[in-house]
Design a protein around this ligand. Structure first.
Ligand code: GRF
Length: 199
């Protein structure tokens, strides 16, 4: 089995990226994490990746005057890594077609809500304010619609009496760390099947 080459995009603590890295070490796992790229030089996840022996790279968005220029620089780096897939894991940038189009069908994201509910930010607070019984997390393909691409996998998490955005976020994050590796494996497998058909 040839493992699919995956680049992970982060902006922060990188706990989902770490979950993917740990899963990728399992012998039969269908993907390997080749590089971790951050738009923020101070992202905590960079050290985690380095400690795991994974190549890291920073494309600092502050060095670019437009979103498109930043996306072009990031895409150039990703293209240079000969990747099959991109996994966004707490990558807090709105992406333009410059970055999304070349990876259409090969770029996925994890979002902390039960999509299509609560796209965007502050998902847990909004779910609590609405009196929802469940929150959760979703993995989806990245398309031009923010948090709106086709769903790959989802986990429900109960919202408990007295939950705050913080307590709910912590409970959901535990599930994100289980869901994302499963979803990435599923996408890597389906990509393999598609590539065989094309050959
Ligand atoms: C996660 O909740 C993810 O769903 C959201 O941002 C958070 C990132 O956490 N997009 P981490 O950087 O993976 O620890």
């Amino acid at each position: 089995m040839i493992k699919k080459r995956v680049g992970v995009l982060i902006s922060g603590s990188g706990s989902n990226m770490h979950a993917l890295v740990k899963a990728s070490r399992i012998v039969d796992y269908r993907a390997e994490i080749v590089c971790v790229v951050s738009n923020k030089p101070e992202a905590g996840g960079l050290k985690i990746a380095q400690d795991e022996g994974i190549a890291t790279h920073v494309v600092n968005h502050k060095n670019y005057s437009t979103r498109e220029a930043f996306d072009a620089a990031l895409n150039d780096y990703l293209q240079s890594q000969n990747l099959d897939l991109i996994a966004c894991a707490g990558f807090m940038r709105i992406m333009t077609p410059v970055l999304i189009a070349p990876w259409q069908g090969r770029m996925i994201n994890i979002h902390p809500s039960l999509l299509p509910l609560y796209k965007g930010l502050h998902t847990h607070q909004r779910a609590i304010d609405d009196g929802q019984k469940f929150g959760g997390c979703s993995v989806h393909y990245v398309t031009l619609e923010l948090d709106g691409g086709p769903l790959i996998a989802q986990t429900q998490v109960p919202i408990l009496k007295g939950d705050t955005a913080e307590t709910l976020a912590a409970r959901v994050l535990v599930e994100e760390h289980k869901l994302y590796p499963v979803a990435l494996a599923k996408v890597a497998q389906s990509l393999g099947a598609r590539q065989k058909t094309i050959q």
